[in-house]
Design a binder for this molecule. Sequence first.
Ligand code: LMR
Length: 313
Amino acid sequence: MAHTKKKIGLIGGGQIGGNLALLAVQKQLGDVVLYDIPVAEGLVKGKALDINQLSAVDGYDCRVTGTTDWKDVAGSDVVIITAGVPRKPGMSREDLLEVNLKIMKDVAGNIKQHCPNAFVINVANPLDAMVFALHKIAGLPKNMVVGMAGVLDTSRFKCFIAEALGCSIRDVEALVLGGHGDDMVPLVRHSTVGGVPLTQLIAKDKLDAIIDRTRKGGAELVNLYKTGSAYFAPASSSIAMAESYLLDRKRVLPAAALLEGQYGISGYFFGVPTQIGAGGVEKIIDVQLNDAEKAELNKSFESVKKTVGEVKL
Ligand code: LMR
């Protein structure tokens, strides 16, 4: 039988890139190419060698190659973009627009040239605006390009709920909608723990604090790390999406996907539940919202729209 090992291109050899490479091979999703610009050659080559040397411990055969040449990334089945500058304490994600857009222009042009058939997941910030630019420049089909953050934001929300209740994370079902910014919308009314509505389990003031912490979840880590931003949870979140695509799992995962009328929005990438399988984004799910939730979502959309309006291609 023909050997059909998948190829995963990771653009950016920083902290998230390294974690992505490790998770991808540990989950045996395929061979990994870890790319960065020439100044970071030692970093990507070192991380690749280091990870390959631990493969014997678990006995997996996927390999990591560190490279500064896009030709090595060519033909990837999945590309995950983490290239870009992280924010520092006191900065918003939007403050990164100018610097990260420059980087995205180069990355997206190379994806167009070398990986036109890949399922592409963007992690760079400001996330919704970066995925908008990526889609436009790379000319990828709308179902083959997403932003990662919904999985991350939802995971944070679930984590804080489980901590507050002292219960297993496995029994928490919750969802965060909207842009990856301080106006994101953790959907309390739709959240349950073991089938019991969240509102019956946690008092309103405690829930409000959890919502606020979720919204500021990225900043909390930026303030702790001081020189960078989160890198474990963003990597796991991206791998969940890549895995669902590569293994046709058809998982329902929140992602920044291109909306065409859903939620009354057209032409923007925005965080909503999607189904991800071998066809990429196979479905976008329109959650029924009440007026208060719609108003919150609209506020989140207005901030995404404002940032996208500043994207000069
Ligand atoms: C996150 O949410 O952790 C990322 O978007 C990084 C950041 O700057 O907050």
